[in-house]
Design a protein around this ligand. Structure first.
Ligand code: SF4
Length: 178
C-alpha cells in the first residue's frame, strides 16, 4: 500500500508544485522557514502516519530519541497547538515522508462551499499572501485563487486517489496517534 501511496504522492506533488509556481508572487516560503511546523495540530490519516513512520524508522538513533522524547513531553502537557515533534533544528526530519497537510501548507485556495478564500496560517505573520490580505476587514484581494479543495480528506478520497486503491483510514491530529 505504501508503494502505491508513494506513486499517488508524485501526482499530488506535481500539482502542488505547479500551484506554488503559479502563485509565486504571494509565496514567501524558503529554506529555514518553519513557521507552519511551529504551531498546529497537524491532521494525519492512518495511511499518511504509516508513511511518516516509515521515514522515522530510517533516522539515526539520536534523532529518533529526540522525536520520541518530544512526543512524550507533548503527551504530558497536552497543548492543543504545538510545534511538530518531527521538526528538528527548524528542519523536517522526515521531509520526504511528511503528510499532505505539510505539503499543502502555504497555499491559499477558494472554498466553494463557504464562498471564501482560505489562507494559510502564516498570512497572519506577514508571510504568504499578506500583501493581498487586509487584516482590518478580513478581505482577500486575490484574482486567481487555486480552485482545488486543498484538504487532506478531499485529496485522499478523490477519484485520482481511488485509482491507486488507497485506504486512508481515520484522520486524527498527529499527537492523537501516539
Ligand atoms: S512532519 Fe515535517 S513538514 Fe510536517 S509539520 Fe512536521 S516538521 Fe513540518
Amino acid at each position: 500500500m505504501l508503494k502505491r501511496y508513494e506513486e499517488f504522492l508524485k501526482t499530488v506533488d506535481e500539482r502542488l508544485n505547479k500551484y506554488f509556481e503559479e502563485q509565486c508572487e504571494y509565496i514567501k516560503c524558503k529554506e529555514g522557514c518553519s513557521a507552519c511546523c511551529e504551531i498546529g495540530e497537524y491532521p494525519f490519516s492512518r495511511l499518511e502516519l504509516e508513511y511518516l513512520l516509515s521515514g522515522y524508522s530510517q533516522l539515526s538513533v539520536q534523532k529518533k530519541l529526540k522525536i520520541r522524547n518530544e512526543i512524550i513531553r507533548l503527551k504530558r502537557t497536552k497543548p492543543k497547538m504545538h510545534k511538530c515533534p518531527f521538526l528538528i533544528d527548524k528542519k523536517c526530519s522526515v521531509y520526504k515522508y511528511r503528510g499532505l497537510v505539510c505539503r499543502i501548507h502555504g497555499l491559499a485556495w477558494y472554498d466553494e462551499t463557504e464562498n471564501r478564500v482560505r489562507l494559510p496560517y502564516c498570512t497572519n505573520t506577514g508571510l504568504n499572501y499578506a500583501k493581498v490580505f487586509d487584516r482590518k476587514t478580513g478581505e482577500v484581494f486575490l484574482q486567481n485563487p487555486i480552485k482545488e479543495r486543498l484538504r487532506i480528506d478531499t485529496i485522499l478520497d478523490s477519484e485520482e486517489a481511488q485509482k491507486y486503491n488507497l485506504e486512508r483510514g481515520e484522520i486524527r491530529p498527529l499527537l492523537k496517534w501516539f
